[in-house]
Write a protein that binds this ligand. Structure first.
Ligand SMILES: *Cc1c(COP(=O)(O)O)cnc(C)c1O
Length: 384
């Protein structure tokens, strides 16, 4: 089809001119933060495997045993024959970690959110979301057909203004936010949003993809400061600190039963492979048993922010905002030539004018690499 190929070429050319075209780069990940690109040994500061659990021998062994016993695929949707016995084990561990009655595992975090939101709210209802929420929150909200309102980043007063104006004229309401913001690394005001939700009878959900295994003693953004904050819907992923793949929701038994019966991204998709579930179980056991390991990514991020005089890191993600996409790409290329992978993040992932480097600190990073990296950033990017 000539018109189809022309369309694709024109779109690509236009993105290329604005430095917004994205490219896949082959990367072979190794143990620790090591990675190989084009035959060059690199250290990655762009990986979400914060605890290196994807390479932990205990996790690998669990995956191998499960594959040998149950096969490589689950063979069907969980509601048909794909619900092998490992799922209930994983779900009860997730519920325990998050302090909820039950949990439901999905194919990925993105799929979880896309299934959860439309199962709970529809066209008569209201959704409020933080402006920097992950793309899956935006997509799930649109899919629900509910009225969708954005509040300014971490701005409780703005969220309250929207509720005061619109809550009464809608049936149900949800408040949605990332617990740890994926491109900014800051924490949501989870306790304040929880109270606000309570006050307006809105259902509060956090996307804790970057919280679990890292903040709140590994239990996530609802546990920062040592207390359990009331978050009735805690969604997350198994693909970051847990080191594997998959998504989940932790909630009350009634809510989880409803989700298992109604969420289309749960019903109409194949269950995760047994090895993936077994590895997540092994990873959660390590997270529960090794608080020193869990503390390390945040310690490493704080070493970096302290060295540079940046605001102290609240999570293991640290952004260095540079402005236009060109600057972010050339900064990333400079660090690449020094042996460090730090991916440039550009619009539409982040707002126009805030292209950046996003540093993700992990347990295996060595102090000497963090010192050297901070030196490069100070000399070449922060201009002093
Ligand atoms: C990565 C991420 C997701 C998606 O999770 P996947 O399991 O990778 O689909 C959702 N929300 C946030 C905030 C994320 O960073």
């Amino acid at each position: 089809m000539q018109s189809l190929d022309d369309f694709a070429k024109d779109r690509l050319d236009s993105l290329e001119r604005r430095q917004l075209r994205r490219q896949l780069v082959e990367t072979e990940r190794g143990d620790g933060a090591q990675a190989t690109r084009d035959g060059r040994a690199m250290i990655s500061f762009s990986c979400n495997d914060y605890l290196n659990l994807s390479h932990d021998p205990r996790v690998l062994q669990a995956a191998q045993d499960a594959a040998a016993r149950y096969g490589t695929g689950s063979g069907a949707s969980r509601l048909v024959t794909g619900n092998h016995p490992l799922f209930s084990d994983l779900e009860s561990r997730l519920a325990k970690l998050k302090g909820t009655e039950d949990a439901c595992v999905f194919g990925s975090g993105y799929l979880a959110t896309l299934g959860i939101i439309p199962s709970l709210v529809g066209p008569q209802d209201l959704i409020l979301a933080d402006e920097f929420s992950h793309a899956c929150i935006m997509a799930g909200s649109k899919l629900s057909g509910a009225r969708f309102e954005i509040f300014r980043h971490n701005d409780i007063a703005h969220a309250e203004e929207i509720l005061a104006a619109h809550r009464a004229s809608h049936g149900h309401a949800m408040i949605l936010t990332d617990g740890v913001f994926s491109m900014d690394g800051d924490l949501a005001p989870v306790a304040a949003l929880s109270s606000l939700a309570e006050q307006y009878d809105a259902w509060f959900m956090t996307d804790d993809a970057h919280g679990v295994g890292v903040v709140g003693g590994g239990r996530g953004s609802g546990f920062v400061g040592g207390n359990k904050i009331d978050v009735p819907l805690q969604m997350g992923t198994l693909s970051k600190a847990i080191g594997g793949y998959g998504g989940y929701l932790c909630a009350s038994a009634d809510v989880i039963n409803l989700i298992r019966t109604r969420a289309r991204t749960f019903i109409y998709t194949t269950g995760l492979p047994p090895a993936v579930i077994a590895s997540a179980i092994a990873a959660l056991d390590i997270i529960a048993a090794e608080p020193e390991l869990v503390a390390r990514p945040l310690e490493n991020a704080r070493l970096f922010t302290n060295l540079l005089g940046l605001p102290e890191a609240e999570s293991c993600i640290v952004p260095v905002v540079l402005g236009n996409p060109e600057k972010a790409l050339s900064a990333s290329a400079m660090l690449d030539s020094e042996g460090y992978i730090v991916t440039a993040i550009r619009p539409p992932t982040v707002p126009e004018g805030t292209a950046r480097l996003r540093f993700a600190f992990a347990a295996p990073h060595l102090p000497q690499d963090i010192h050297r990296l901070a030196g490069l950033v100070r000399t070449h990017l922060l201009g002093d």
